[in-house]
Design a protein around this ligand. Structure first.
Ligand SMILES: Cc1ncc(COP(=O)(O)O)c(C=O)c1O
Length: 467
């Protein structure tokens, strides 16, 4: 039931049955934890984090119905009844013929690209997520981002900044469609700020791809948040249910891969859903080799139950309204503190434009890393850099840091976990940093792995860290 229009407060549409205590730490303790962690927030123990906005992935709170499903989980190796519930839920939602469970989203990516990509191939998309890009590139193929023009300016507020640039997609297809095994559209565009894709853009991309015989695959990690944005922003959709819109989104595609740790509201899991029989056959062979049998794919029966239930709950309109409002509320608070954010706030997160906030730190001294470290020391708030650390690289010829096009810090909201007072606290921490931004110094990389350096790289401040 939707609350009457006369009440403007959008409350958390749930009450709390189980609680987890949060541990307070002092500023001095946090500065020491950070130093010990090599200034990499992935290396900090969660017990030493007060508000954990590192990711919305796998961090959601499950409902009583999901926990009940966990008890019902059928742990049979083959043909588990939990798999059939999972499969039916996904088929009903997406319309795709083959449903292949995986332990999380990147396993679905690895399997899909292993069976379809390789050297000489190019996979365009609106904006590939980092694991998607890495799994494409590891096959020898090229991952090509074609974000729409509006996406380039973080301060520009536009309703569908997640759209793919159709003109550039068309010119790529004209030049080398034979080398394009698929196009990937990510709903919502996580890397670009959690920005949605319009139905119109999906429909137009589909038409264009059809002309060249290229399939469209959705990265559906946040398909429900995208559907709610469509309902709220795209003319003609206000009276439709999120489920109807979600179905239409899937109807333009030939398949999807999904991390169920996001809009599956589950703590682990994912899947690949495809129409192409031959891709599905090869994907299942690879699944058996590396993930598990085709009816569990690396997941327990109880996880399949939790995902099936989560995929139902995530489309409740009250939930989605509260969800998008929470991010908007956080975004309003941070913007009002004088901190530039990617506009408008995304569905699952607010992205601070660290490069614009900390103009005294040049991109090669990692302003995003500097801000996320400062947020932790200041208030125990854990976030993630989405910028030069994640997407830049060292030039092998000059040994210099090559910066990414933006330096953002993402504050991702776990689903159904924090209340408005937690968010008010985060806003206060941000306000305090905004007042003292000149005291925040840059960072350099001490050591980094060959790929995905943000997870395990070690950093050091180029000036003393405040605190
Ligand atoms: C858009 C998108 N695609 C794929 C993934 C990878 O999913 P997973 O973390 O379950 O491997 C993520 C995870 O954050 C994501 O945001």
């Amino acid at each position: 039931m939707t609350a009457p229009d006369s009440f403007k407060t959008i409350i958390e549409p749930f009450k709390i049955k189980t609680v987890e205590p949060l541990r307070m730490t002092s500023r001095g303790e946090r500065a020491a934890f950070l130093k010990e962690a090599g200034y990499n927030l992935f290396r900090i123990a969660s017990a030493n984090v007060l508000i954990d906005l590192l990711t919305d992935s796998g961090t959601g709170a499950m409902s009583s119905e999901q926990w009940a499903g966990m008890m019902r989980g059928d742990e049979a190796y083959a043909g588990s009844s939990s798999f059939y519930r999972f499969e039916e839920t996904i088929k009903e939602l997406t319309g795709f013929r083959h449903v292949i469970p995986t332990h999380q989203g990147r396993a679905a990516e690895r399997i899909l690209f292993s069976v379809t990509s390789g050297p000489g191939k190019v996979i365009p998309g609106n904006h590939h997520f980092d694991t998607t890009r890495a799994n494409i590139e590891v096959t020898g193929a090229e991952a090509l981002d074609l974000p729409c023009r509006e996406a380039v300016d973080p301060s520009l507020s536009a309703p569908f900044k997640g759209n793919i640039d159709l003109e550039r997609l068309e010119s790529l297809l004209q030049d080398r469609a034979q080398n394009v095994p698929m196009c990937i559209i990510t709903l919502t565009d996580n890397t670009g700020g959690g920005q949605p894709v319009s139905l119109r853009n999906l429909r137009d991309a589909r038409t264009l791809l059809n002309q060249h015989g290229v399939p469209l695959i959705l990265d559906a990690a946040r398909f429900a948040e995208n559907a709610m944005f469509v309902k709220m922003r795209e003319p003609g959709n206000a009276d439709r249910t999120p489920r109807e819109i979600a179905r239409e989104q899937f109807s333009y595609a030939d398949g999807c891969m999904m991390s169920a740790k996001k809009d599956g509201i589950a703590n682990i899991g994912g899947f690949l859903a495809l129409n192409n029989d031959s891709w599905a056959e090869r994907a299942r062979q690879l699944l058996i080799l590396t993930e598990g049998f085709t009816t569990y794919g690396g997941l327990a029966g109880r996880d399949l139950e939790a995902i099936a239930q989560g995929l139902e709950e995530v489309l409740h309109e009250d939930y989605l309204r509260y969800r998008l409002r929470s991010a908007e509320y956080l975004g309003d608070g941070i913007r009002n503190a004088g901190i530039p954010i990617v506009e408008p706030p995304g569905g699952h997160a607010v992205y601070i434009d660290a490069r614009a906030m900390l103009r005294h730190i040049p991109p090669d001294l990692l302003p995003g890393q500097a801000l996320s470290c400062a947020l932790y020391v200041e208030g125990g708030v854990r976030t993630i850099e989405v910028g030069t650390v994640m997407f830049g690289h060292i030039d092998p010829k000059t040994g210099q840091q090559v910066a990414a096009d933006k330096d953002l810090v993402r504050l991702a909201l776990p689903r159904r976990v924090y209340t408005q007072s937690h968010i008010d606290y985060v806003i206060e921490v941000a306000e305090s940093l905004a007042r003292n931004r000149a005291a925040i110094g840059g960072y350099r990389i001490v050591s980094e792995p060959a790929a995905l350096r943000h997870f395990t790289g070690v950093f050091e401040p180029v000036e003393a860290v405040p605190g």
